[in-house]
Design a protein around this ligand. Structure first.
Ligand code: MRU
Length: 372
């Protein structure tokens, strides 16, 4: 997508084969890129959320395995493989909820296993990292095409009034390599001249909605309004939301979806108000080995400081951290929740739109059938 007239992905390599990313800690107040020069720096970038969002975490992990291959000993295949699989285990532990991370690491392990020498394994890891990133971007582009038809249908009955979409957190291009999942249909519709307007949940505690989704939509010229996290139910009761589209970090075989904390409450409110609730995801976010998402999806618990401290721009332009609670007040910080499939109208993936049920998913993903 474009930033200041220049096309960017969220992760890329330059002519000198340096790995570069957009520094998401600094947005929306500053746009800067950062280099990830080593395997360790990739792990830190994922853990500390310099890069974040399911698809981008997966793509970064793919490149991280390439850097691990570059740092691995070349004395023998055994020495290389031992180093490489230890790196895989370390990387998988950086963040637990998004399936894209383990998916990308496993894909690298499987690809590199075909290499006959450490040098060949390195070349395979380099190529596979690029393929993972390219596939992520292409999957998201296609999600946009499929999701746009849903928005078109709603627009047809609105006689020129904008389609009001509510979204939670950031599932735009910053959460992937390009385009995004939940926002890709929005961009596709906007670019096709369909009037759209997005209600952007601020998304406490890290405010990815306020900081990242609002920034992306502004850059692309998409009309949007920032709302407090708890406002969605009220808007739905008053006919101000036509459709909810969120992203996902892990979706089970029966269609239960883990997404940013608070998503479940939006789904309950949408259900109560008869508003369609869609989850957009690339194939790499499915985890067909799981069934019951509430019981089985691992939910990341992050540090209490993210709840106790907020970052923002002061009136003098300085970006500051401020504490919002008494010094002695403890906090807990669950990063994701699970929306049961009964509350989800449909899933939008690069293969099309399907009901959020095991039977519905199998129509698009026959390979899911035997993965219990
Ligand atoms: O903690 P994050 O920022 O990595 O969380 C991921 C998200 O932004 C959301 O849960 C998103 O909707 C799914 S990722 C496309």
């Amino acid at each position: 997508m474009n930033v200041n007239g220049k096309a960017y992905r969220t992760i890329w390599t330059d002519e000198a084969d340096r790995l570069l990313v957009i520094n998401q800690h600094l947005l929306p107040h500053r746009f800067e890129t950062a280099e990830l020069p080593s395997f360790e720096s990739v792990c830190a970038a994922i853990r500390d959320m310099l890069v974040r969002g399911a698809g981008l975490i997966g793509a970064t992990a793919g490149y991280g395995m390439w850097l691990a291959a570059r740092e691995a000993p070349t004395a023998s295949n055994d020495a290389f493989d031992a180093f490489f699989s230890a790196a895989a285990a370390t990387l998988k532990e950086t963040r637990p909820t998004a399936s894209n991370l383990a998916w990308a690491v496993e894909r690298q392990l499987a690809a590199v296993a075909h290499g006959g020498s450490p040098e060949e394994k390195r070349r395979i890891a380099r190529r596979t990292a690029q393929v993972i990133a390219d596939e992520d971007a292409e999957a998201c582009r296609r999600i946009g095409t499929h999701g746009k038809t849903l928005l078109e249908r709603i627009a047809a009955r609105k006689h020129g009034d904008p389609v009001n979409i509510l979204t939670h957190c950031n599932a735009g291009w910053l959460a992937f390599v390009d385009y995004g999942s939940a926002l890709s249909p929005v961009y596709a519709a906007h670019d096709a001249g369909i009037p759209v307007h997005v209600w952007v949940d601020e998304t406490r505690p890290r405010n990815q909605g306020a900081g990242l989704t609002a920034w992306e939509l502004s850059r692309h010229g998409v009309p949007h309004t920032l709302i407090a996290d708890n406002a969605g139910g009220h808007l739905m009761q008053h006919g101000m939301v036509d459709i909810v589209i969120t992203g996902a970090d892990r979706v089970t075989r029966q269609g239960d979806a883990a997404n940013k904390i608070g998503t479940y409450l939006k789904a309950l409110a949408a259900h109560d108000n008869g508003i369609p609730f869609y989850v957009a995801l690339p194939s790499s976010t499915f985890d067909f080995s799981l069934n019951d998402g509430v019981r089985e999806i691992p939910i990341e618990e992050r540090g209490a400081q993210e709840v106790r401290i907020m970052t923002g721009k002061a009136t003098d332009g300085r970006v500051l951290d401020v504490q919002i609670c008494p010094d002695e007040t403890p906090a807990r910080n669950w990063a994701f929740d699970v929306t049961p499939h009964r509350l989800i109208t449909g899933l939008i993936s690069e293969r099309g739109v399907c009901p959020a049920t095991e039977a519905g998913i199998i129509t698009l993903y026959p390979e899911a059938e035997n993965r219990a």
